[in-house]
Design a protein around this ligand. Structure first.
Ligand code: AAO
Length: 512
């Protein structure tokens, strides 16, 4: 019995499932490829004031610099060292960002690329973001330092040295993912270097990590590395807080490696969520929104306490990774706002909002020829900063989905309804649905090709509420639709299928 309690306590102390968001905040945003200086400003001028809980940043460590194709976004997934200088900025800029974001209650989560270094064909020289010399051919990275002893090639049993078959768990873990030099994480020395890198960031004040390519690392090796991580910096977090860990594992079924193997280590990305939600909102394969009455675990997704969910991510918005053509992105803005709205209204999982840059999408036979294109850049390849337009949108090719009124207001909605149960479900057995979150919020969707006109029990106290999709509450008035909830909690909703955004949401703080 005593032993059991000990085991349970130990398990809890290792449990890195809590995002440690402050002030009851519930959503994080991936500011993909943003510069540190821009993120710092965004925390202060927008994310803090609008209740965002945290930012997932692009990999902060030194990476390869590639000329052909010209400075692709994915060069940052090819580490050269753990020096903290990258396309997003210097170590000083990184530190300044972490401090300024923490000071306004916005956490920073680092995208940690620890499975591998650069591609085996990455050449030799100083074409790296801090100018460190390296040789991919000799597997020599002196500024870590890693040498050929620190890589897995001796363990890999495929002819090419690459992963050839996802049906074989050994090669998925011991061979090279798309030719990337695979680190020997079983070695104490390598674990120490990786943990040192992560600890430096923890001490600087980050709240946790998105760990890249976890399917390609043995859970035991990850447990050993996570076990060496410091607690979070007590300047901003309660004593004893473990770093939040969310692990990228693509599990759509059909492979021997499952998400479940990683549950005890932290949260895991639920890729089924966006793939299925995209199919539903696109109405493919006969899917209907009304089928989502039991959305979440009822759909075979992982347990709620393990899930990190998103509509799209930086890979599958451009055909990398997994999810396929069903994934909805900013390119399908009307559907996208509804899908993100649905995610943020629904209690399942820790939610991540995507914030993208535009690129010259050019699809031939289903494949985007420009899926490599990096962020908006100057002629020398340096990333452009993010200008804010008078209407609060972003310029220069930055999409800033997180600033779209509908999405920003649903992030606030999620905070307002936090902890409330999924309630008062209604559907028309087609693509019109509604649900509430206790007595704190209510949302209605019309994804059918005809109008919605119905009176529903919202569960909300009587009064006049501002719809936060067509507008919002400003002072004593609504800039968009008004919804009148009677003393009995019932309200009448009309949503034309031709409305700019065919959904309506109200919450306790949008009441006049
Ligand atoms: C670049 C070049 C390569 C070159 C390499 C080395 O593009 O041509 O060989 O450099 O020189 C990113 C880019 C890569 C890029 C890399 C390094 O996406 O194009 O390579 O940086 O610069 C797998 C992994 C997953 C990974 C995903 C992209 O499991 O971890 O591939 N995502 C992360 C990052 C990503 C990054 C890396 C990892 C590497 O988010 O940005 O790569 O750091 C199956 C498997 C999945 C597998 C996919 C794709 O998915 O299940 O595990 O993901 O295949 O290979 C159905 C199935 C579904 C299946 C899918 C696709 O949907 O249900 O399971 O089909 O077949």
């Amino acid at each position: 019995m005593k032993l059991l309690i000990l085991v349970a306590l130990f398990g809890l102390s290792l449990a890195q499932h809590n995002p440690h968001t402050k002030h009851g905040r519930t959503a994080i945003v991936h500011l993909f490829e943003w510069r540190w200086a821009d993120i710092a400003a965004e925390c202060e001028r927008f994310l803090g004031p609008n209740g965002f809980g945290g930012v997932q940043i692009s990999p902060p460590n030194e990476h390869i610099v590639i000329n052909n194709p010209w400075r692709p976004w994915w060069q940052r997934y090819q580490p050269i060292s753990y020096n903290l200088c990258s396309r997003s900025g210097s170590e000083n800029e990184l530190r300044d960002m972490i401090t300024r974001c923490n000071n306004v209650g916005v956490n920073i989560y680092v995208d940690a690329v620890i499975n591998h270094m650069c591609g085996a064909g990455g050449g030799e020289g100083t074409h790296s973001s801090c100018g460190s010399w390296f040789s991919a051919g000799r597997k020599d990275f002196p500024s870590v330092p890693f040498t050929h002893w620190d890589f897995n090639d001796h363990k890999c049993r495929t002819g090419s040295g690459n992963i050839e078959n996802y049906g074989d768990a050994n090669q998925v873990r011991d061979c090279r993912l798309v030719g990337l030099l695979d680190l020997a994480l079983e070695k104490d020395y390598v674990r120490g270097k990786v943990a040192g890198f992560m600890n430096k960031l923890i001490d600087m004040g980050v709240a946790g990590f998105r760990v890249d390519a976890c399917k390609h690392m043995w859970p035991g090796d990850l447990a050993a590395i996570y076990g060496r991580l410091h607690n979070l910096n007590t300047k901003w977090f309660p004593g004893g807080s473990r770093p939040f860990i969310f692990q990228e594992v693509i599990d759509l079924g059909g492979e021997p490696i499952t998400s479940r193997e990683y549950f005890h280590l932290g949260r895991v990305t639920e890729f089924k969520y966006g793939a299925r939600l995209g199919t539903i909102f696109r109405k493919w394969n006969g899917e209907k929104l009304s089928y989502t009455k039991n959305w979440g675990e009822g759909w075979g997704f992982m347990p709620n306490g393990n899930a990190l969910v998103f509509v799209d991510n930086h890979d599958n918005q451009r055909g990398h990774g997994a999810g396929g053509a069903s994934i909805v992105t900013f390119w399908d803005a009307r559907l996208y706002k509804m899908a993100v709205g649905y995610m943020l209204a629904h209690p399942y999982g820790v939610t991540r909002v995507m914030s993208s840059f535009r690129w010259n999408r050019h699809i031939v036979n289903g494949k985007d020829q420009n899926d490599w294109m990096g962020p908006p850049s100057h002629g020398d390849g340096s990333t452009k900063s993010v200008p804010i337009n008078p209407d609060q949108t972003c310029g220069d090719g930055w999409v800033c989905e997180h600033r779209w009124r509908q999405i920003k207001n649903m992030v606030i909605f999620r905070n307002v309804v936090n902890g409330q149960p999924h309630s008062n479900w209604w559907d028309n057995q087609s693509n019109q649905v509604a649900f509430g979150r206790g007595n704190r919020g209510f949302i209605v969707f019309n994804n059918d090709d005809w109008d919605l006109d119905v009176t529903l029990n919202t569960g909300m106290p009587g009064g006049t509420y501002c719809d936060v999709i067509s507008g919002q509450k400003e002072g004593n008035r609504c800039t968009g639709k008004q919804i009148h909830v009677g003393g009995d909690g019932r309200a009448h909703f009309r949503i034309s299928n031709r409305d700019e955004d065919p959904f309506v949401a109200i919450h306790a703080e949008s009441k006049l």
